[in-house]
Design a protein around this ligand. Structure first.
Ligand code: ZN
Length: 410
């Protein structure tokens, strides 16, 4: 049924979505090839393509000759025909991007998330940044399909509410989706940040083929976004992927959940820094726990390790081992083909993780004799959450899915 009926920024019916999706993925199919790959009749494809040409969403890109028959006209998306806005609210960083329909970032802005502010004030900052980026981009607003917001979980995806994320102090049931929709007049969708990152990876970084992967997002907290059988997995309430309480060290520190050694208290930035301070690896210079200060301390720890400090290296290696253990649980449960890692921490701890995780994961994986799992970083860098939030809108507008068949479309 219509999971987010009022929210669907659909640009056409199911068959149009099928054709658009194929044009996007193929980078240059002709009408004949589109009919072959979609199973639609030549006449249906021709009618749909004409409507898309008239609407300016696709254009004729050139001619190809395959040796037999007359040359075929290839089709491609018109990047400047439609746009989506993506916003990522991370406890440490607010990022806004504008994405064209063919997946190019055409405008971007990022700033540190203001510390210790009321949710209403942070929301006002978000809206101000959105308006600034849109004004700066010079885009005709009628060409914006919608705006996606990636926020830390848990969220209430139906009501567009950010519940009470552990790393966003003072946030408790904040109706962020409607606040941004009211202020901007745009269609807004809310998604968990890790799921948004997986959508970005599915859409932009690796668009071909059926996909089975987990995206490990490394930010103020850790989580995974999931794409299984080429579908984004959200779970019953949009909160799938909470790996924080996978136990990676049975003798580790007590966690708020009642267990010991959950990855949330072992390897996220704050516990990592606290452990580094306890061991005397870095000096306890912080005045508080706000994400900006924790981030700066983490950078100091990584610099020490890079400089050959053995205690710092050891701590980061232990963290990598714990990440590998958590990813082994995810891999064994879901039998993914790929693990993709990224997020704001990646630029600093990525190298250490890549030294350890692929090998350890293979030792711990049950299906290691059946198929390999590739481990890589995302090509989208630290903007992956914001890009994913924008892709969410494009994904909803352009991707055909069986549930769309049950929804009356224009
Ligand atoms: Zn726990």
């Amino acid at each position: 049924m219509a999971r987010r009926g009022a929210n669907q920024p659909s640009v056409g019916g199911y068959n149009e979505a099928v054709v658009l999706d194929q044009i996007r993925r193929s980078h240059g199919h002709s009408r004949v090839e589109l009919a072959d790959t979609t199973g639609l009749s030549a006449q249906t494809v021709s009618n749909i393509v004409q409507r898309l040409l008239d609407a300016g969403i696709v254009e004729e890109a050139g001619r190809t000759s395959s040796g037999r028959g007359k040359p075929r006209t290839t089709l491609r998306l018109v990047g400047s025909s439609r746009y989506a806005v993506g916003v990522h609210l991370d406890p440490g960083l607010i990022t806004v991007v504008v994405l064209s329909i063919d997946g190019e970032v055409i405008a971007r802005h990022a700033r540190a998330t203001p510390a210790a502010q009321a949710p209403a004030d942070t929301t006002a900052v978000l809206i101000q940044d959105i308006e600034m980026v849109l004004a700066g981009s010079g885009i005709d607003r009628t060409r914006i399909v919608g705006l996606g917001v990636a926020a830390p979980g848990p969220i209430d995806i139906q009501r567009g509410i950010v519940l009470d994320p552990p790393n966003l102090a003072g946030w408790d049931r904040v109706p962020l989706r409607d606040a941004i929709a009211d202020a901007t007049g745009l269609t807004v969708m809310l998604e968990k940040d890790v799921t948004a990152a997986a959508v970005a990876e599915k859409w932009i970084a690796a668009p071909g083929g059926a996909q089975n992967f987990a995206f490990l997002y490394l930010g103020t907290g850790l989580g995974v976004g999931l794409v299984i059988g080429d579908e984004v997995v959200r779970g019953g309430s949009g909160n799938a992927g909470e790996i924080g309480h996978i136990v990676v060290d049975p003798d580790g520190l007590p966690c708020g959940c009642g267990l010991r050694g959950c990855i949330a208290v072992s390897c996220a930035p704050l516990p990592l820094i606290e452990e580094a301070e306890r061991r005397g690896v870095i000096a306890a210079e912080r005045s508080g726990d706000d994400p900006t200060e924790v981030d700066a301390a983490l950078t100091r720890l990584v610099h020490l390790a890079d400089g050959g400090d053995e205690a710092a290296e050891k701590l980061l290696r232990e963290c990598s081992e714990q990440v590998a253990r958590a990813l082994a649980v995810v891999s064994n449960l879901l039998d993914v083909d790929r693990i993709v890692m990224g997020g704001p921490l990646w630029d600093r701890i990525g190298e250490t993780l890549m030294d350890t995780v692929p090998t350890r994961l293979d030792e711990l994986r049950v299906a290691r004799g059946v198929h390999p799992v590739t481990v890589s970083d995302t090509a989208l860098g630290s903007d992956v959450g914001a890009i994913g939030a924008a892709c969410l809108i494009l994904d909803e507008a352009l991707t055909p899915r069986p549930t769309s068949l049950l929804v009356p479309t224009a």
